[in-house]
Write a protein that binds this ligand. Structure first.
Ligand code: SF4
Ligand code: SF4
Length: 295
């Protein structure tokens, strides 16, 4: 059976070099033994992909709990995967604090980065330098920021400093109801024309979602779930026959709040907004050609 599948990978990594106060993984560290388990789990995934038929169409999106790219085994794995014929796209969420030479070992045509700027953790000019370096290396990426009101000036500065074709997103802060005033929404939408898409909680119960059919969440042991937000176990990637679980199934959660989830709801049509950049959140066409949506 030819697999046409997106895997959302979240392995045993639970640590980060940054200390953002809005994050449970801030400054968490792991022992060498724990990190070795993470490395082994990642290698198992890479081996599995390399052994799949070359006719497969696989996309991998790394959504770690923590920062992965500071570890050389993630850099090597992404480079290896980007050269696999089975791979259509390999993407990862990162704070971009790593050195960047490793990207030269990748097939950049298949690489996508979702980069988050954390103003409390890095100087703006250093972060921008990293982004511009990546841009000069012809790597495709989106870059954004958590939409705290206190971040508004930083978000504006980011948008102004980066070349137009680089999409700058703002992740709506949803932990507090009615957090934004209409003026806040207008300001963030001026920075990110797609802010209105993210500044929503989508009703999803009983509605179609491609997760469980052409998208699966997988952990370091190969355990499969339809998405990161629904715990129901759907088998194991490393056991034969898991493909039989792939079928259309309505969402069982009341709502869907995150880009990495709701982009797979067909009724939202977001595959047409993001095209090949759906995972790493790069809209096609560039945002300057897209009218403000969901405003
Ligand atoms: S960089 Fe990301 S994972 Fe690390 S502390 Fe900040 S929000 Fe958490
Ligand atoms: S709509 Fe969201 S929560 Fe529901 S199945 Fe899809 S990704 Fe998961």
């Amino acid at each position: 059976m030819v697999l046409d599948l997106t895997l959302l990978y979240r392995g045993p990594l639970l640590s980060c070099n940054y200390g953002c106060d809005y994050c449970p993984f801030a400054k968490r560290s792991q022992t060498a033994a724990e990190l070795a388990i993470d490395q082994q789990a990642l290698q198992r995934l890479v081996n599995w992909i390399q052994e799949r038929p070359v006719s497969d169409h696989l996309s991998i999106f790394f959504t770690p709990w923590g920062e992965a790219l500071i570890h050389p085994w993630y850099q090597r794995a992404i480079a290896q995967l980007s050269h696999c014929p089975q791979i259509v796209k390999v993407a990862i969420q990162t704070n971009l604090s790593c050195r960047l030479e490793w990207v030269e070992t990748c097939n950049k045509a298949k690489l996508g980065l979702w980069i988050t700027y954390h103003p409390s953790e890095v100087l703006r000019h250093q972060f921008l330098q990293q982004c511009l370096d990546l841009h000069q290396r012809h790597v495709r990426f989106s870059v954004g920021i958590v939409g705290l009101k206190a971040h508004q000036a930083e978000a504006q500065a980011l948008r102004q400093a980066l070349p137009d074709p680089i999409y700058v997103w703002v992740n709506a802060y949803k932990r507090q109801a009615n957090y934004y005033t209409p003026a806040d929404i207008a300001d963030f939408t001026a920075i990110d024309p797609l802010f209105g898409i993210n500044n929503q909680v989508y009703p999803s119960f009983g509605r179609p979602c491609r997760t469980g059919q052409s998208v699966l969440s997988v952990d370091g042991d190969g355990n499969l779930r339809r998405c990161h937000f629904i715990p129901e176990h759907l088998g194991n990637l490393y056991q034969s026959g898991f493909e039989q679980t792939l079928q259309p199934r309505p969402c069982t959660n009341a709502t869907c709040r995150c880009h990495i989830g709701y982009v797979h709801m067909p009724e939202l049509g977001l595959d047409q907004v993001y095209g090949a950049g759906l995972l790493e959140r790069i809209p096609e066409p560039p945002t300057r050609d897209i009218p403000t949506l969901f405003g």
